[in-house]
Write a protein that binds this ligand. Structure first.
Ligand SMILES: [Zn+2]
Ligand SMILES: [Zn+2]
Length: 165
């Protein structure tokens, strides 16, 4: 098991604990949904969470997924992140928030430690006396994988750039 798997497991266990602490029963369905969010380090769309949870419990319905995600968000166990034009979910980072870099080609989300934007925040405050709300700040761009290999996803864009004949 890699150390990042272990870290995910710890966050997962903490989430289960805080659910109990706040008096919520950890039903098998809630646990399934929580585990689904914990997989692949989070950044899961509702449909992905639904698909994974359904693997563990075929009678899972999407309304339960929405309701549970809403509850987990309210308990601060799960954080909602807008990636592209869709909402994604991840386990709440116990070490404070992080920002996201989102690839416009593959739609992948990558975590960016909050300290990377400290300087930026200070500059805005010092030079403009402007206090930025960076909680939902997301940087869009192209990830290293998509940079290195012009993928199939790119071809549609390239085509549309060609002059019409
Ligand atoms: Zn990418
Ligand atoms: Zn994240």
């Amino acid at each position: 098991m890699s150390s990042s798997d272990q870290a995910t497991r710890q966050i997962h266990e903490r989430a289960v604990e805080s659910l109990r602490e706040q008096g919520y029963r950890l039903t098998p369905q809630r646990l399934l949904i929580l585990s689904a969010v914990a997989q692949s380090g989070g950044h899961m769309g509702v449909d992905q969470v639904f698909r994974l949870a359904k693997e563990g419990y075929p009678y899972m319905d999407i309304a339960t997924v929405y309701r549970t995600l809403h509850l987990l968000k309210k308990l601060n166990v799960v954080t909602e992140v807008a990636i592209g034009d869709r909402l994604h979910y991840e386990l709440t980072d116990p070490d404070g928030g992080h920002h996201h870099m989102v690839c416009q080609v593959c739609n992948g989300a990558f975590n960016l430690g909050a300290h990377y934007l400290e300087q930026f925040r200070n500059t805005l405050m010092e030079e403009f006396n402007f206090e930025p709300d960076l909680e939902h700040f997301t940087i869009t761009g192209v990830c290293s994988t998509c940079h290195d290999q012009p993928s199939k996803d790119n071809s549609a864009k390239t085509k549309s750039l060609r002059p019409k004949v």
